[in-house]
Design a protein around this ligand. Structure first.
Ligand code: A2P
Length: 276
């Protein structure tokens, strides 16, 4: 990562005491519902960009309280990054939202998931459709050079209720496009393939509407100057609420795309964003 972070001396000296514990190195709050955090990375942890791991804290009963979290950092990053919702009465996130640098979180180092390049056939164009915290796996994939090596065009859409909820994705894409180190790492000509398409549904912004609506009524394709979506050229990854995933599956299948898996790569893949 290239962003400036204050050095945390506590982090450097505090030894993990929980099983599978990692130390929090940075926490950022975006809204009263969203935050991101970074942790140390176990030396042995290898993962494919887009995968998730189980993350958590010790519950009141002393047992680990774990949830599936997409790793938002790319596989080359020496730390791990996660992007999370805060649910005030959520068993995990009501507590997790209060973590600070130097604290420990539990991380089960067994990455899995279907939002990975291996689950897609080669193609020309990659669509990444996210709502809310569903952007997390794409934060990883967008910082992975393989994403740009595999495709001629990469379009990431992010739909949230309010403008402030787009901060994480907007900052990430801005950083990709403006940071010299990122340009060096990913290649300027690679980053030129990327288009960010943010939309809001409940607050006024330059582009409004559910992505499903904008896809069905032709607005998205028109804005992108694309004639249509086809299994010959287009690949898609979808990460959002159950409703979004189901609606987008139907739309993509209407274009003739078929759902892929690690063992059977095809045209699109879907995973539910963490919501608890
Ligand atoms: P909307 O405001 O119209 O419900 P949430 O915060 O509930 O997870 O929603 C995140 C974003 O996903 C919101 O902008 C929401 O739009 C949108 N959304 C929720 N369900 C769907 C769906 N079935 N299809 C498309 N967009 C959806």
């Amino acid at each position: 990562m290239t962003e400036q972070r204050p050095v945390n001396e506590v982090t450097a000296t505090k030894a993990p005491t929980l099983p599978d514990a990692q130390t929090v190195t940075d926490v950022r709050h975006y809204t009263d519902r969203l935050f991101s955090f970074r942790t140390t990375r176990p030396a042995s942890l290898r993962f494919r960009s887009g995968e998730f791991v189980m993350i958590g804290l010790l519950g009141d009963n002393g047992k680990p309280l774990l949830r599936a979290y997409s790793i938002a950092s790319p596989s080359w990053d020496e730390e791990l990054e996660f992007y999370s919702i805060k649910v005030q009465d959520g068993p995990l996130t009501s507590k997790l939202q209060h973590i600070k640098p130097g604290d420990q979180v539990i991380l089960r180092p067994k990455p899995v998931g279907t939002l990975v390049h291996d689950a897609l056939l080669p193609g020309k164009r990659l669509w990444l459709f996210a709502t809310g915290t569903g952007f997390a796996p794409f934060a990883s994939l967008l910082r992975d050079p393989e994403t740009y090596e595999r495709f001629e065009q990469v379009i990431v859409t992010h739909t949230c209720r309010e403008v402030a909820e787009l901060t994480y994705s907007r900052d990430l894409v801005d950083n990709l496009k403006s940071d010299e180190l990122m340009q060096e790492l990913l290649g300027q000509e690679h980053l030129a393939k990327l288009t960010y398409y943010p939309t809001t549904t409940r607050e006024q912004s330059p582009r409004m509407g559910r992505i499903t609506t904008l896809l069905k009524d032709g607005t998205l394709l028109e804005d992108m100057g694309i004639d249509g979506i086809s299994p010959d050229t287009d690949r898609a990854m979808v990460c959002g609420s159950m409703g979004l995933n189901l609606d987008l599956k139907e739309i993509l299948e209407g274009f003739g795309l078929e759902e892929g898996a690690n063992s059977d790569p095809k045209h699109y893949v879907v995973e539910k964003a963490f919501v608890g």
